[in-house]
Design a binder for this molecule. Structure first.
Ligand code: PEP
Ligand code: MN
Length: 344
């Protein structure tokens, strides 16, 4: 439920409401707007709901108490009307900025990582990606370089200044990877790995949560809710296509998810046209469409020699293709900034 304080409610009144919520065994989350304070209440009230609501409604300074019917709470716009803006090592994600994440599907070697990093940095990427722990469909495929891969990413960050994002596949990897990476990625196959969600929720690092292969938007937001309710408010959602009956593309890119998510949640939304389409030539048009549709950025796979890549070569852009695409993305972003791409 949501406790909306009156305009002009005093700090003592806000704290009194907070005390009552805690005394009921529930957790308050304060959100301070320009005009008034809104307190989101989470916890399992069960049959006590009516009683708790009417009890809070009569406290001094309370304007209204409304139930939230959506199952996601901390991630919903109702609880937190302002956009979440995430700052990572000198760049911001969300709140009107354009995030360009680029890099190879897998970190394959020091040379491959550094060449890619130099090129995407020169083209204006804002975050460097690279998979070190790879969730592969086949156990016989390249599984990633593990911590050696993370070390090459760190070296690439030192050279370029770009923050790095890499995937964690299980809770035991979270602590060590979080020591080095600026953003942790939870992959599509792990979207409902609840112990992993809680583990990344306990770190200080922002987390990018990819949409599950067959996840509804509600299931996806409930997965994000696990991370936020574990203590980490800095979650980025990444639409990467979902499984449908279509076979010409690897997945079906659900671009309507972008404005829909902006209406439902305050979290930034990134689109990954590489995994969504599986085809290199489809990546630029879909990346542009994503930005035109209000996405906070894109994540694109880039490789110096895609035809020889150890993973996802067919969907990876060449270094030149990325440097041609980046200015177009910035141009489209400039055109749509301020347009009504975010219906509320
Ligand atoms: C990736 O980004 O490299 C990846 C494995 O993506 P997804 O989890 O979306 O398949
Ligand atoms: Mn990939």
């Amino acid at each position: 439920m949501l406790v909306v304080m009156s305009v002009g409610a005093t700090e003592e009144q806000v704290q009194e409401v907070v005390r009552h919520i805690e005394a009921d065994g529930l957790t308050p989350h304060e959100s301070r707007g320009e005009q008034r304070v809104v307190i989101g209440v989470v916890g399992d009230v069960g049959l006590r709901k009516e009683q708790v609501m009417s009890h809070l409604a009569v406290l001094p300074g309370v304007d209204s108490v409304t139930p939230i019917s959506k199952p996601f709470k901390l991630t919903s716009r109702d609880f937190h009307p302002a956009d979440t803006v995430i700052s990572v090592a000198g760049t911001t994600i969300g709140g009107g900025s354009l995030t360009l994440m680029a890099g190879p599907c897998s970190v394959e070697s020091r040379d491959q990582m550094l060449r890619t990093a130099d090129a995407v940095a020169a083209a204006g990427a804002t975050i460097l990606r690279g998979g070190a722990f790879k969730p592969r469909t086949s156990p016989y495929s390249f599984q990633g370089l593990g911590m050696d891969g993370v070390r090459f990413l760190v070296e690439a960050r030192e050279r370029t200044g770009l923050p790095i994002i890499t995937e964690v596949m299980e809770p035991s990897q979270v602590e060590i990877v979080a020591l080095h990476a600026d953003i942790l990625q939870v992959g599509a196959r792990n979207m409902q790995n609840y112990s992993l969600l809680m583990a990344v929720g306990r770190t200080e690092r922002p987390v990018m949560l990819k949409r599950g292969l067959s996840a509804t938007i509600e299931e996806w937001l409930m997965a994000a809710e696990y991370i936020v309710s574990s203590g980490n408010p800095n979650v980025i959602l990444c639409e990467r296509g979902i499984r449908t009956f279509e076979t010409y593309t690897r997945n079906t890119l659900d671009l309507a998810a972008v404005p829909l998510l902006h209406r439902l949640t305050h979290l930034p939304v990134i689109v990954d046209p590489s995994h969504a389409t599986g085809k290199r030539w489809l990546v630029p048009p879909m990346a542009l469409a994503a930005v035109a549709g209000g996405a906070d950025g894109v994540m694109v796979e880039v490789h110096p020699d895609p035809d020889d890549a150890l993973s996802d070569g067919e969907q990876s852009l060449t270094l030149e293709q990325f440097s041609d695409l980046a200015p177009l993305l910035r141009q489209i972003h400039g055109e749509v900034a301020g347009m009504a791409t975010r219906p509320r």
